[in-house]
Ligand binder design. Structure first.
Ligand SMILES: [Zn+2]
Length: 613
């Protein structure tokens, strides 16, 4: 290679890097060093936390906020009030918080707090700690917070807590004072009312001390495996366990949170994913788990393999699947799931939580604002992973479409652009987040074609890993990959409750040719795949472009001959075109036989014209 070529190439590289940097927003950074001792008789944690906080924003900060999640588990908390007032409370919560006694509640108390060595003023209101900085934090500078705290682990109500119904001693999630995220939209210091989290990207160095009978599992990599043992040591190496309480030292880099669990009765198994992480399994082995967890272990390896190939590589060395919590909840490099129940049930939950390693713990969108981007995308990718692993046929997203249609019929649907805690009902939230998020993607596949879709998903993952992607970031990637305009689709699906309903209005015999008239009955416009089946069994797909896309999706190459009609402008209530075949040769005309378009009324999508020969 000549010099000129080298410098030209580096120039190109530099300018593409610069372009990419311009596309990505600034983000804050944290480095936590925590030491925590858990007393397993009082269920209290005494902890110290050193936090190096990097302000990469262009703003001068005079305050910072921390989440104190355990404070939600107290009678009269916002979580308690909300659960008792909402029409359809989570059955795991109901009025249980209101009945907790002093020794059963959760709390986090800040005993001392310093900024760069000097005491700072702070106050706690429910689950939010406000810190008034003594020294403003300037743009592109850092500060160090040093804190001591005392917590009480609540009885297991939701996600974190002690003594779960399956007998797991400690589910230690949302367990430490956690700095809220600040970005171009401002602070995200949401009180812990029900659900969804957001965190600052950074590194965690966590030292946990507790009774040596307990086995600890969690985020990160255990760095003192040879002092701990419990299956963490390399096979054949000698464990030198010091006397007294056991110290567990975990390190995790480039994560948004740190979670752990502890139980004296965990079985610890390990499996290696080819070209992927080492997966650790922690569960109480008994007649209710032994069979199903064999399947969990086998399916976990297959899930990582499938997701690595479909979306891009899982970015860490290890992952832990831990029995704990109260359902299934995702954390960086680990999940806590219920361990009992049917093998299909437990593996299904496990696959969903593992999939969150892509859609939340690598692509860390703000779950509170865009829960459909992590729950929905996870539901979508998890359903395809399970279908591939189990070899099941048919549309794996059928259930998501059905729950969306049922929500529409219930009259409870709300726009999905709102904060996840602010939905009127839990049902509207969960259908919006899980089902409508999954339908958003499957329908996007219908809009841009399979090949563009998966290319776009891989580019999205590669571009936004270890960042906080937002809806517009995602749709811009899909626009660039497909060459189609798609922001109208994002706005209709997330900002409104408008629905799709197309129908066949009229089929007219023109003596040797046939005129088909379609009608748009819903307010949500879409381009259409219309399949005409002839009496001899042959088919033709007519693609009806819609002007908002500024183009047409490519032929999917699945074999049905395709032709394109004129463009249907979105304002026109009807659209007609003529096909060269006589009416007598047409058997059926159907709008979107793939049923990937979320048409709320399919009864008018099919017209039977003649019997097939
Ligand atoms: Zn989920």
């Amino acid at each position: 290679m000549t010099m000129t070529r080298v410098s030209l190439l580096s120039l190109c590289l530099l300018s593409s890097l610069k372009l990419q940097a311009q596309d990505l927003r600034w983000q804050q950074r944290v480095e936590y060093t925590m030491k925590a001792a858990l007393d397993v008789t009082s269920h209290r944690v005494t902890g110290s936390q050193k936090l190096v906080y990097y302000n990469n924003s262009p703003d001068t900060l005079s305050k910072v906020y921390y989440h104190l999640y355990f404070n939600a588990f107290q009678p009269g908390s916002m979580m308690d009030e909300r659960s008792r007032a909402i029409a359809d409370p989570d059955r795991r919560v109901m009025d249980r918080i209101s009945k907790l006694t002093e020794s059963e509640i959760g709390y986090q108390k800040i005993l001392s707090l310093k900024q760069d060595g000097a005491d700072v003023k702070h106050q706690t209101e429910g689950t939010i700690l406000t810190v008034n900085l003594s020294k403003p934090l300037l743009p592109n500078s850092k500060t160090i917070f040093e804190m001591t705290f005392e917590s009480q682990v609540p009885i297991q109500i939701r996600r974190s807590g002690r003594d779960s119904k399956e007998g797991i001693a400690y589910s230690m999630t949302q367990w430490y004072p956690k700095l809220a995220e600040y970005d171009y939209q401002g602070w995200h210091a949401y009180p812990y009312v029900a659900r969804e989290f957001h965190g600052v990207w950074g590194d965690f160095d966590v030292t946990l001390t507790l009774d040596p009978k307990y086995i600890v599992a969690g985020t990160g990599k255990l760095v003192n495996a040879n002092e701990v043992g419990h299956g963490y040591e390399r096979p054949g190496t000698k464990v030198n366990r010091p006397k007294g309480n056991l110290v567990w030292h975990f390190v995790a880099k480039d994560v948004i949170d740190f979670a752990w669990a502890a139980d004296p009765d965990y079985t610890h198994d390990i499996a290696q994913v080819p070209n992927g992480p080492e997966v650790h399994f922690f569960y109480q082995k008994n007649e209710r788990t032994a069979e199903s967890w064999k399947k969990v272990e086998d399916t976990a390896v297959k899930t990582f393999t499938f997701l690595n190939q479909t979306y891009g590589a899982y970015p860490y060395d290890t992952y832990s699947i831990i029995q704990g919590g109260d359902g299934g909840m995702e954390y960086p490099m680990c999940t806590l799931i219920l361990g009992e129940g049917s093998a299909d049930g437990v593996t299904g939950t496990m696959v969903h939580e593992v999939t969150h390693s892509w859609f939340q713990h690598t692509l860390a969108n703000n779950e509170s604002l865009y829960p459909w981007m992590d729950e929905g995308y996870t539901t979508f990718a998890g359903s395809e992973a399970i279908a591939a692993i189990r070899g099941t046929q048919g549309n794996p997203h059928r259930g998501s479409y059905q729950s969306y249609f049922a929500l529409v019929a219930s009259g409870l649907q709300e726009p999905i652009s709102q904060h996840s805690d602010h939905y009127t009902t839990n049902r509207a939230y969960s259908t919006a987040a899980y089902s409508m998020g999954a339908v958003f993607l499957e329908q996007l596949k219908y809009l841009v074609g399979d090949k563009n879709f998966y290319t776009g998903m891989r580019r999205y993952y590669a571009t936004y890993k270890m960042r906080h992607p937002e809806p517009n970031d995602f749709i811009r990637i899909m626009e660039k990959v497909s060459g189609l305009q798609l922001h109208w689709y994002l706005r209709y699906w997330t900002g409104t409750t408008k629905r799709i309903d197309y129908g066949i209005a009229d089929v007219q015999d023109l003596q040797g040719s046939t005129r088909i008239t379609l009608e748009r009955k819903g307010e949500f416009p879409m381009p259409l795949d219309v399949v005409v089946t002839f009496t001899d069994g042959s088919q033709e797909l007519y693609y009806v472009p819609m002007n908002e896309l500024l183009g047409s999706k490519p032929d999917d190459g699945k074999g049905t001959p395709r032709s394109e009609t004129a463009v249907w402008p979105w304002v026109n209530p009807t659209f007609s075109w003529t096909i060269s075949s006589p009416l007598s040769e047409i058997a059926t005309i159907e709008i979107d036989p793939s049923q990937r378009m979320a048409d709320i009324n399919r009864t008018n999508n099919l017209r039977i014209v003649n019997e097939k020969k």
